[in-house]
Design a protein around this ligand. Structure first.
Ligand SMILES: Nc1nc2c(ncn2[C@@H]2O[C@H](COP(=O)(O)OP(=O)(O)OP(=O)(O)O)[C@@H](O)[C@H]2O)c(=O)[nH]1
Ligand SMILES: [Mg+2]
Length: 335
């Protein structure tokens, strides 16, 4: 198999990606009577080392190749174009390889030319891979959730949406606390929502005050805690955030905008992940047309998606995350 991979790379460049590998039955084509290995690869046309933007099925015999290696070349153009389309959704390369490989392995070879079927299977795989979680049921008592993330992603707005829905629609006792005394007007922003909804609101300046405020909200079913948006490149601010919630049993929701650049996601997740992440919220789905980042963030954060938000409107533009819905969003017109 290594030899076959090396051969594929030699012929198509270092960036050739392996989509599918399989050991063929002995006596393939009645030749040699030795096991054969089949690899399907694709070449990313954007890559510099790519020489041929076409996939190839390459079959090589097991060592030692006493006779010239038997090769069968077929050109499943459909699969190459599906792979490219998958990358264009913003799904990172590794994930796209894995997904397409899994789907192909699960389908009989005759189905590989059935584009519709492949897209359908991809949607099923994505729906299974995007982990989601039910909203709070309050069966285990009070819920305390804190919302952290980069600046301007919609943390405060999301808290306002959740507070309004759980208080006014679900009839739960909700309280909000803000630790964001950093930005002028941040306190007023959330206080205004709390006043309109008619729920208690607390402003805290230190971890000690946070404990005290949570104590005063003991009768609440749900406490939502807002934090100041932080840059993942400011370690001092991240440490400060971590110290706030070190010794408090809170459910940490990482809030990430769907407009985040794919390349920035790993660092973002790593740095905010210093505060163990329990849930991910993806905001601003309405501001982009590619949604692969949803899968990307949830995988890297190793946390399920709780909610997605779809506009500026409070309280309507928020939905409970659902795998099928997210898969459809990601694959869009292809389904
Ligand atoms: N289009 C769109 N805009 C949103 C969404 N959620 C929030 N916003 C807007 O994003 C802007 C910032 O929202 P905030 O809730 O203040 O963001 P934040 O994360 O609390 O910001 P900081 O506290 O400064 O870090 C506001 O204009 C919101 O209306 C969304 O789902 N879609
Ligand atoms: Mg805010």
């Amino acid at each position: 198999m290594q030899e076959a991979v090396a051969q594929l790379r030699a012929e198509f460049g270092r960036d050739a990606v392996i989509l599918h590998t399989r050991q063929k039955r002995r006596g393939f084509f009645g030749l040699f009577g030795r096991p054969l290995y089949e690899i399907i690869g694709a070449v990313d046309p954007e890559s510099n080392t790519a020489r041929e933007p076409k996939p190839e099925v390459k079959t090589v015999p097991e060592r030692p190749p006493a006779a010239p290696a038997p090769k069968s070349h077929i050109w499943p153009e459909d699969i190459a174009s599906i792979y490219q389309a998958l990358l264009a959704t913003g799904i990172p390369r590794d994930t796209a390889n894995g997904l397409l490989g899994e789907v192909l392995r699960g389908l009989p070879e005759q189905a590989w030319s059935n584009e519709q079927r492949i897209w359908h299977e991809l949607a099923n795989h994505i729906a299974r891979q995007v982990s989601t979680v039910e909203p709070w049921t309050f069966e285990d008592g009070q819920g305390i959730a804190v919302f952290i993330g980069p600046t301007g992603v919609g943390k405060t707005t999301t808290i306002a949406k959740l507070a309004a829905n759980f208080a006014l629609v679900a009839g739960k006792k909700v309280g909000v606390i803000t630790t964001d005394t950093y930005r002028i007007a941040a306190v007023d922003q959330l206080r205004t929502y709390a006043d309109i909804i008619g729920i208690p609101f607390e402003v805290v300046f230190s971890p000690k005050e946070l404990h005290a405020a949570a104590g005063r909200l003991q009768d609440r079913d749900l406490i939502l805690i807002d934090t100041a948006g932080r840059s993942p490149n400011n370690q001092l601010h991240i440490n400060e955030l971590r110290n706030y919630f070190n010794d408090m049993p809170v459910e940490v929701h990482l809030v990430v905008s769907a407009t985040t650049k794919e390349a920035d996601v790993p660092r973002l997740v790593e740095v905010f992940g210093e505060i163990p992440i329990d849930r991910v919220i993806i905001t601003k789905l309405d501001e982009t047309t590619t949604y692969g980042i949803i899968l990307h963030v949830s995988k890297l954060a190793k946390a399920p998606i709780s909610f997605v938000t779809t506009g500026q409107g409070v309280p309507d533009d928020i939905e409970v995350a659902d795998g099928q819905y997210i898969a459809k969003l990601i694959l869009g017109d292809f389904l």
